[in-house]
Design a protein around this ligand. Sequence first.
Ligand code: HEC
Length: 149
Amino acid sequence: MNGDHTQLTANEQRGLVTFIAIGCTTCHTGAPVGGLLYKKLGDYEPFPTADIGRFAVTGRAADKYVFKVPSLRNVAKTGPYLHDGKIKTLDEMVRIMARYQLGKAVTDAQVTDIVAFLNALTGDIPTTYIAQPQLPANGPNTPRPKRVN
Ligand code: HEC
């Protein structure tokens, strides 16, 4: 992220180049490689899932099948994947994302490279980042998503 490409092996670098070139960074963006946006799962082609996503909270039609774009930092350690944990491997995840989010065909070699790049996002997470947050007590002034219906 600081531009020191020597931190990545040749195939991890190829994976990063493909990750950017085919458009994964449209959604998995910024230093956390995601975690900054809400986006529709099945943006290009409807994704088979029983969960209607953020629509259940906001009631807004535009929020149907919208989920938080997860950060991909340490993603190799955070499976199984997606909101329902139904996807077991990163290999499957890359193929699903290419097809349903981008409408793009990826070769086996590209999948292998992207998975190598995703594995390179593994590191030590600062303990302050994963510490349990101290939340104020729930009450009438607690912010809630605004429902439209
Ligand atoms: C249009 C936005 C969008 C694009 C483009 C996109 N993703 Fe995603 N990605 C998402 C969303 C939203 C989720 C979470 C969906 C859910 O929870 O069901 C996700 C989930 C993932 C996950 C699972 C993470 C987890 O912890 O469950 C991986 C891995 C992933 N994406 C990799 C990629 C790769 C690789 C590409 C490029 C081929 C890509 N994504 C392109 C929006 C996108």
